[in-house]
Design a protein around this ligand. Structure first.
Ligand code: ATP
Ligand code: FE
Length: 364
């Protein structure tokens, strides 16, 4: 069983062919980072144009040594994400389905794919808890099956990746020789390795007294970060900033964001016991771009060790957006004949927003 996965939800044009025996046959990705970077964020129209140009070569590359008749289905992300970017993937998939009529079509929820990738690389049975922390999301959820997701909490404002990216931007790290080609979170992690976090202090959100408060908020932290940068003139290019100050503040940003995430994961673990669902906290999976942060992994690992929770982290390249996770979700769905279509509906449209599963309160 082989499935071709196509991913265009944001700024990466990715495709991959994955086999049901968990082999990745081929994968390709074109990143648009350098085109968006001067604008300080993703520009939807630029993303759309690059997807349009890149889809043909990216899919040609993954299909280079593969016969189309060995592929059973195309899996394509259709939600959530940038609508005009998603459209490009959908339109291109439609063309392929018209040309290769034996192919089935499997529409994919991008965040479900993030939550399930770990099953490609590790033996992780259902159920498990997942933390998805990325540029656009922060979600704690229970994964009970391929199509059963219960949300414990999510961010009330911005995602941690956005807090990292905007902090890096304000610090003008993209102009700093040590980290100029790194994305925001990775640049801060790099500088933080030699930083003393206690030189600065940021207040992280408290939780409400209600037993289940697994919701996140990073907006307040970002405002404080901006105030410190302004007050101390902490721009990496300004002449009075010594490198150590920048490293110390990076360490402070990283540890504050991670501390907040850690308290919520802790709450989620306690909550599972409180509602007598200990099986839900037996395993925890970390994914999303922010989950590639090694300091976060270490802190969550310590927490998990304390509570006897088994921790799984997919390899870093599968934590961020990629075609492999889309193809893999396609494989999992194809096997169970879940949302596998003979053709693409004429009325299919992408969705910018799409919650992951249902709120856990509907389950307990
Ligand atoms: P979403 O999946 O929610 O649509 P996205 O596609 O932007 O969002 P990803 O590609 O999963 O998100 O991750 C990108 C984010 O991960 C960026 O915000 C980036 O700063 C962050 N990131 C990458 N590496 C690290 C790191 N080492 N530490 C912290 N954050 C990181
Ligand atoms: Fe993503």
């Amino acid at each position: 069983l082989r499935v071709l996965g196509i991913e265009t939800s944001c700024d990466d044009t990715s495709a991959a062919v994955v086999d049901g025996d968990r082999t990745i046959i081929s994968q390709a990705c074109r990143n648009q980072f350098k085109y968006h970077q001067p604008w300080g964020g993703i520009v939807p129209s630029i993303a759309k144009n690059h997807h349009y140009e890149n889809l043909v070569p990216v899919v040609a590359e993954v299909m280079k040594d593969i016969e189309w008749n060995t592929i059973a289905a195309i899996a394509t992300s259709i939600k959530p994400g940038l609508v005009i970017s998603l459209w490009q993937g959908i339109k291109f998939t439609r063309q392929l389905l018209e040309k290769y009529t034996h192919l089935s079509f499997i529409p994919i929820h991008h965040m479900e794919a993030h939550a399930l990738t770990v099953r490609l690389t590790h033996d992780v049975p259902f159920p498990y808890m997942v933390l998805l922390a990325s540029g656009g999301h922060c979600i704690l959820a229970i994964v009970e099956d391929i199509d059963k997701f219960y949300r414990l909490g999510e961010t009330q404002d911005i995602a941690p990746g956005e807090a990292f990216d905007k902090s890096a931007r304000e610090l003008k790290l993209h102009k700093h020789p040590l980290v100029e080609n790194m994305v925001g979170g990775a640049a801060i992690e790099y500088l933080a390795r030699e930083g003393y976090e206690k030189r600065y202090q940021l207040i992280t959100p408290k939780y409400s007294a209600k037993m289940r408060d697994c919701s996140f908020s990073f907006g307040g932290m970002l405002s404080q970060i901006r105030r410190v940068i302004e007050k101390d003139g902490l721009y990496s290019e300004s002449s009075n900033v010594d490198e150590q100050k920048l490293k110390d503040f990076s360490a402070c940003i990283q540890s504050s964001i991670v501390r907040h995430i850690e308290t919520r994961v802790h709450r989620a673990i306690l909550f599972c016991d409180a509602i007598q669902k200990p099986q839900w906290k037996r395993r925890l999976v970390l994914s999303g771009g922010v989950a590639s942060n090694l300091y976060l992994r270490q802190r969550i690992n310590d927490l998990c060790t304390h509570y006897g929770v088994e921790l799984f982290c997919p390899p870093v390249e599968f934590c961020t957006d990629n075609g492999v996770m889309i193809a893999w979700n396609g494989i999992e769905r194809y096997r169970q004949n879940m949302n596998v279509f003979e053709r693409m509906s004429d009325t299919l449209v992408p969705e910018g927003r799409a919650p992951l599963g249902s709120d856990i309160s509907e389950q307990v």
